[in-house]
Design a protein around this ligand. Structure first.
Ligand SMILES: *[C@@H]1O[C@H](CO)[C@@H](O)[C@H](O)[C@H]1NC(C)=O
Ligand SMILES: *[C@@H]1O[C@H](CO)[C@@H](O)[C@H](O)[C@H]1NC(C)=O
Length: 305
């Protein structure tokens, strides 16, 4: 009886000690794959959505580049969301070139949808790449949108910048830390907000607004002291057509099944690989992500046949 009580007490003491010292359970599936938990972020390929906020199911909305909304894009496997922001009536909106042409709504509302996804999907790493053509203030305009949507606590702050491609944590480490949203801004990322990272010092881009369906690759935009191979890289794999020879470029919806096919995406990745030290791109950015086989191509690039 006495020995039994001792054993119970000992058991309680041991289990409470274990509870205090054992680390939180590690993620065993990351972005849908067990194999990706130990894979560094810089050695992973993610599916991306170009102009993600400019979605419309109306084929006559000529400034659209997507057909489906943010939750649907995420449900299709998109883990890299790109969009362009402008100021409208003192507030930060996602607008395509101008808010008169296409107003995709408030950035804070968009980010609230991202927050809903993050809460429901705790084992997913997500990258946001926003553009800031008006050079709007990080502290006054951008940070409040992240704070008010509740996305800020999920954002990753690297130990230093620029980060080499080989220095990024694994997806498992990002997920286990809860800091699993990486935020890049193309312009004005001056360090005033620690989680808004400068794009071109860490990520190079090939030409954009391509009209050649073979996507000839070159290093178009890059900045900072790191070499090209030490940068992350993405494919601007979105094809445009010139509207009746006017020079106005529209995303090519008719060709989207071919453009977003495995063959076209892998050919583009091959064309860019020599600039990237022979490895796959980190981000495959598409128009009309609901069309074609973007996720299949990304799986292939990640080595999942
Ligand atoms: C990751 O590493 C493998 C093996 O070296 C390589 O084949 C693949 O292209 C790399 N992917 C990226 C995105 O770096
Ligand atoms: C498209 O790019 C290829 C190289 O990938 C080039 O040979 C061809 O001339 C280009 N076509 C046009 C119309 O510029």
């Amino acid at each position: 009886m006495f020995a039994g009580l001792q054993a119970v007490l000992l058991f309680c003491a041991v289990s409470s000690t274990l509870g205090a010292v054992l680390p939180k359970k590690r993620a065993t599936v990351c972005n849908g794959r067990a194999e990706l938990c130990n894979r560094p972020y810089g050695n992973t390929t993610f599916l991306g959505s170009h102009d993600s906020a400019f979605f419309s199911s109306d084929p006559f909305a000529l400034a659209r580049d997507q057909e489906v909304d943010i939750p649907t894009q995420l449900s299709l496997g998109v883990r890299f969301l790109q969009s362009q922001a402008h100021e409208k009536d003192g507030a930060l909106h996602f607008c395509h070139t101008s808010c008169d042409l296409f107003d995709g709504g408030l950035v804070v509302d968009y980010l609230s949808k991202v927050k809903t996804f993050l809460d429901a999907n705790p084992n997913e790493v997500l990258t946001l790449l926003f553009t800031n053509p008006e050079g709007l203030s990080l502290t006054d305009m951008w940070k409040p949108a992240f704070d008010n949507s509740g996305v800020t606590p999920f954002t990753y702050v690297p130990p230093h910048q620029p980060m080499k491609r080989s220095e990024w944590p694994t997806l498992g480490q990002l997920i286990d830390s809860g800091k699993r949203v990486i935020v890049f801004l193309d312009a004005g990322a001056d360090g005033s907000v620690d989680f808004i990272l400068s794009e071109f010092t860490q990520l190079w881009e090939p030409p954009f607004s391509e009209t050649n369906s073979t996507f000839p690759c070159s290093v178009d935009r890059i900045d900072g002291p790191l070499s090209t191979v030490d940068h992350l890289n993405m494919l601007n794999h979105n094809l445009n057509v010139d509207l009746l020879g006017t020079g106005i470029l529209l995303s090519d919806r008719i060709d989207a099944p071919t453009t977003n096919g495995v063959t076209s995406i892998l050919a583009n990745a091959n064309g860019c690989a020599p600039f990237a030290g022979g490895v796959a791109p980190n981000f495959v950015m598409l128009d009309y992500v609901n069309v074609g086989q973007g996720m299949q191509a990304v799986n292939r690039l990640n080595g999942f046949a």
